[in-house]
Ligand binder design. Structure first.
Ligand SMILES: *Cc1c(COP(=O)(O)O)cnc(C)c1O
Length: 454
């Protein structure tokens, strides 16, 4: 029931009084067959024992005051106000503020691309992908929880097809008590991506798998279920983990802060793969952020657009595209979105549209954006732009924002020939290009297991 999720502020307050000193935010499993857990436990476990995703018991709207004065708040203050209810006092205020400051050590500019259309650039972090924010926040939360338990350490195991691995490697670098093991398919990631994974050292190990991404993913799944590895405290660092997923809500507040003065309804379009980013946006709306409408823009992996059209959720194996971070056939966070709409499709469609675009349309959009406006979008951002243009036809007086989720340099093999441009190499990328690759080659699950047990 929606009333369970949206506890009123009054109820929330009485809860605080009853709980007195320790306010524990609780998370329940969306499979409803596992005990509720604290923020800490949800972060450490990643996924519930019944294989369900964790979801917060309550989402409390922020004060009107917060929205009235948002333009006077720093990004860090906005992030703190937005996230604190999901953590309770499991992390002390002063430490949470430190974690946020370290997470948000770069800008989130809103760039006007054409009249009433803006790009929200999320790629100015250390690995130039929007996943930097979630990875940095999660790593520091895990590091904090490990400080309290001096005798144990956690191992983060992650399979990557490219961008996730780099953001996780950079985000967790040097975090005490956390070992990170990244599996990537040999020869199937770009040179820049490979260097971002394999050149850091310290607590980061790259395992180069003789196979494709699905082989890496299968090995990771097997390891999580392997009882011989129970005492290894394995956790996952993809967007099923609440500490990687929830901080993405910040972006939606930042675009509002930048565009509030225009005083027009806001439409957000997210290039979507696992639907973690857009799901965090919907939470921001539940917290009172005035968002008129969401667009989930996808490539030809169109499970959600088909669902909205036909009302049947029918996942298909993923197809390879030029916007490869969105090549997902069964988006793992969609179940969280359905939870927020209580599976009420009609209500959901009032707030949310989803459109699918081919690679040809994406390349055309990149050219249009560049030729008419001089803005260089990479394929994911271009898919977001296309969905936004389509939806804006239904909202004459609105402002549209598309999330630009990666720097064009990360997709230079598509961007340069399509736009006939030469991209300068940003310093973040330059710094890994001349470092030496170190990886351990593995072929089978047994190799991974032996490595984990040693
Ligand atoms: C991961 C990723 C996406 C998709 O984000 P989701 O939260 O999984 O929907 C889009 N663009 C880029 C560049 C990404 O790396």
């Amino acid at each position: 029931m929606i009333s369970d999720v949206m506890t009123s502020r009054k109820n929330h307050k009485s809860k605080i009084v009853n709980a007195q000193s320790k306010i524990i935010m609780k998370y329940y499993s969306l499979n409803h067959n596992a005990p509720n857990v604290s923020f800490q436990e949800a972060v450490i476990k990643g996924i519930a024992p019944d294989k369900g995703l964790y979801f917060p018991e309550t989402i409390t709207p922020l004060n009107a005051d917060f929205f009235d004065t948002i333009e006077n708040l720093s990004n860090e203050e906005i992030a703190y106000q937005a996230i604190k209810q999901f953590i309770g006092n499991e992390i002390p205020e002063i430490i949470l503020k430190e974690i946020i400051a370290e997470t948000l050590c770069f800008d989130f500019p809103v760039i006007e691309v054409e009249k009433d259309i803006y790009a929200l650039e999320l790629f100015h972090g250390p690995t130039m992908a929007f996943k930097d924010v979630g990875a940095r926040f999660m790593s520091r939360c895990l590091g904090y929880f490990n400080k309290e338990k001096k005798d144990s350490k956690n191992t983060v195991l992650v399979a990557t097809s490219g961008d996730t691995g780099g953001a996780v490697a950079s985000g967790f670098l040097g975090v005490k008590g956390v070992e990170v093991i990244i599996l990537y398919p040999s020869g199937k990631v770009s040179d820049i991506q490979e260097r971002q994974l394999t050149t850091l050292g310290q607590n980061i190990t790259a395992l180069e798998v003789d196979g494709v991404f699905d082989d890496c993913q299968d090995m990771v799944k097997k390891a999580f279920l392997d009882i011989d590895l129970k005492n290894k405290n394995l956790t996952s660092a993809n967007s099923i983990n609440i500490a990687r997923w929830l901080p993405q809500m910040f972006y939606f507040f930042y675009a509002y802060k930048a565009l509030k003065k225009e005083n027009k309804p806001l439409i957000y379009s997210c290039p979507s793969g696992n639907f973690g980013n857009i799901c965090a946006g919907i939470i921001a709306k539940k917290m009172g952020l005035p968002i008129e409408h969401f667009v989930a823009s996808t490539n030809v992996n169109d499970t959600v657009p088909r669902f909205l059209e036909k009302g049947i959720y029918d996942p298909k194996p993923s197809k390879a595209t030029i916007s490869n971070a969105m090549d997902v056939g069964n988006p793992s966070n969609f179940i969280r979105i359905q939870e927020m709409y209580q599976n009420d499709l009609e209500q959901f469609k009032k707030d949310f549209s989803s459109f699918t675009f081919s690679d040809e349309e994406t390349l055309e959009a990149m050219k249009t954006i560049y030729n008419t406006n001089g803005y260089i979008a990479e394929p994911h951002g271009a898919v977001g732009y296309l969905g936004l243009k389509k939806e804006l036809q239904n909202h004459k007086n609105a402002i549209g924002i598309f999330l630009e989720t990666a720097h064009p340099i990360k997709f230079l093999h598509t961007v340069e020939p399509t736009l006939n441009v030469k991209l300068p190499i940003p310093t973040q990328i330059e710094s890994v290009l001349n470092k030496e690759k170190v990886s351990i080659k593995i072929k089978t699950y047994e190799h991974l297991k032996t490595f984990l047990i040693q």
